[in-house]
Ligand binder design. Structure first.
Ligand code: ZN
Ligand code: ZN
Length: 211
């Protein structure tokens, strides 16, 4: 997909490569990576670098299961189950999470809809369907929020987000996303339960880089 202007920062790609990202965020990262050549290339570089660091690390600094999992994945990159194909605007990882079925939309007022994909201790991830010109409804903003546009576009105080673009918001950002006119805006949105962005990233990076 071309025309993507809002990408995944390195800190999130590194956490994703290390397998330490909470599930809701990992799905958004996987969906963006499946659409974006640039982030796919950067992820491959981080996976290679992560493997080198893990191989050189003393075993006690990294849990054995994580070490084995990462090294296995690097040794057998093709030893994965066949991914679900993209369907319409829904990337393969989203179809995987939906078990190959189309989303079941529930009305949430103002002509908008949502489909909750996963909701648990690590946070939640859902699809949002926002009618053209409508404001994005309250979707929980306690900690970190990742929003990936799959169709249409939205705008807020920080910029314009079209198909493939990822917005990262934390509790400090007060924003009012409004769907653009034209096609309804369909987004994949993930939030964590209560963690704060600023403490979360160092925490997930610590086991890998010992910072
Ligand atoms: Zn990207
Ligand atoms: Zn928000």
């Amino acid at each position: 997909m071309t025309g993507i202007t809002h990408h995944i920062p390195d800190s999130l790609l590194i956490a994703y490569a290390a397998g330490t990202l909470p599930k809701p965020f990992a799905l958004v990262v996987a969906a963006h990576v499946s659409l974006c050549d640039e982030c796919r290339a950067r992820l491959a570089a981080h996976e290679a670098a992560g493997g080198a660091i893990i191989e050189q690390s003393a075993p006690e600094t990294i849990s054995e299961s994580l070490r084995d999992r990462v090294l296995d994945a690097l040794d057998n990159p093709f030893d994965m189950p066949a991914p679900h194909p993209r369907q319409g605007v829904y990337p393969g990882p989203v179809m995987e999470a939906l078990k190959g079925r189309p989303p079941k939309w529930k009305r949430i007022g103002m002509g908008n809809r949502q489909c909750i994909i996963d909701h648990g201790a690590e946070g939640s991830v859902r699809l949002l369907w926002i009618a053209p010109g409508q404001a994005v409804p309250d979707h929980g903003h306690n900690g970190l929020e990742l929003t990936l546009v799959l169709q249409g576009a939205f705008e807020d105080e920080t910029g314009h987000f079209g198909p493939g673009d990822l917005e990262i918001a934390d509790a400090d950002l007060e924003h009012t996303p409004i769907a653009a006119e034209g096609a309804p805006c369909i987004c994949l949105a993930a939030t964590d339960a209560a963690l704060k962005f600023n403490s979360f990233l160092p925490r997930v990076l610590q086991p890998l880089f010992r910072i």
